[in-house]
Ligand binder design. Structure first.
Ligand SMILES: [Mg+2]
Length: 128
């Protein structure tokens, strides 16, 4: 089957990465999932592949998600790509900071499979 769209997931936790892989296979089979374990690799893949959506973990080992977001928004080629934040930080101040930083959405861990799937589908459809 040919993939219709591409999503890049930047996540350092292997369990979360495996879960996302499973969710995409099961619920979003027409979407290709690219993976990066660090912000540096994620930024490189984002520039090379220009995915339709980026799911960005806030707690990464090199840059944090906000710093990675700044890099994405400072680069003309990656600026238009919607970015969904995913984080265990669930304080209102964290969510407000994400909104101010230009994220298109914010998912808190642990997340519901349905919530994640619907957020991705909406952003890929351009209606979020
Ligand atoms: Mg993390």
């Amino acid at each position: 089957m040919e993939y219709k769209q591409t999503v890049l997931y930047v996540e350092d936790n292997q369990l979360n990465m495996a879960l996302m892989h499973h969710i995409f296979k099961k619920n979003l089979p027409s979407v290709r999932l690219l993976k990066a374990e660090t912000a540096a690799l994620g930024l490189q893949i984002a520039r090379q592949k220009l995915p339709d959506l980026i799911i960005l973990d806030i707690g990464l080992p090199d840059l944090n998600g906000y710093e990675a977001m700044d890099e994405l928004k400072n680069d003309e080629s990656t600026r238009p790509i919607p970015v969904l934040a995913i984080s265990a930080f669930a304080q209102r101040s964290d969510i407000e900071r994400a909104q101010k930083s230009g994220f298109s959405g914010y998912i808190t861990k642990p997340f519901q499979v349905k919530t994640l799937t619907e957020a991705v589908e909406k952003l890929l459809a351009g209606i979020a």
